[in-house]
Write a protein that binds this ligand. Structure first.
Ligand code: CU
Length: 203
């Protein structure tokens, strides 16, 4: 009886060790999945307008829902004005000063639409596509720029939106399968333990 009565105790300890392991793996999978769910739009990026008469950077790729803030970091006044025929058809026209069209914006500057030194203009981009825009007083000296709005992951260069979210689906699947197998093993073990374990005492 002495030897046999030890058996259930050892088994019970092993049972709890396995169960703890399974819980740990399951917890890890849960956290990883939750992290992947983060990261929507609503980001803000800044583009400088400088006394060198440029937009900096003059090309930028952003995700839909991103708000672009143009900041005049110099002392010379600028405008941010969309090229009406260089934006997606479904996108709304945008211009500092709020003009409804490129022609109106050109006609109203500088009484309307000037972004003076230290000031900003911002616009949120929801429609995917290519956007061309310019600065009214400095268009002729090349103060033009473009934006690309896309859900495609960026190819690096400007601190991609997706950074910090490594693609881990394979690892997750492996973890998930491992956790499921472990949990199944625990339940199978518990089943047999409960069904046959009691026999040790009487047998
Ligand atoms: Cu300018």
């Amino acid at each position: 009886m002495g030897n046999q009565s030890l058996q259930p105790d050892v088994s019970r300890r092993e049972f709890f060790q396995v169960a703890a392991g399974a819980a740990g793996v399951t917890g890890t999978v849960g956290r990883a999945a939750a992290q992947e769910g983060d990261g929507g739009g609503g980001e803000t990026v800044t583009i400088d307008m400088t006394d060198d008469l440029v937009f900096d950077p003059d090309e930028r790729t952003i995700a839909p829902g991103t708000t672009v803030v143009w900041e005049n970091v110099g002392g010379v006044g600028h405008s941010v004005t969309a090229y009406e025929d260089e934006i997606p058809a479904e996108a709304e026209f945008f211009a500092s000063g709020g003009s409804e069209s490129e022609e109106a914006a050109r006609g109203a500057y500088p009484q309307q639409g000037d972004v003076a030194g230290g000031e900003t203009y911002e616009h949120t981009f929801d429609v995917e596509g290519e956007y061309g825009y310019f600065c009214i007083p400095h268009e002729t000296v090349g103060m033009v720029a473009s934006l690309t709005v896309t859900t495609e992951p960026q190819g690096g260069g400007d601190g991609g939106v997706q950074e910090g979210l490594p693609s881990v689906p394979e690892g997750l699947i492996t973890l998930g399968v491992g956790a499921a197998a472990t949990i199944f093993a625990v339940f199978a073990f518990a089943y047999f333990f409960l069904k046959y374990g009691g026999d040790y005492g009487e047998g």
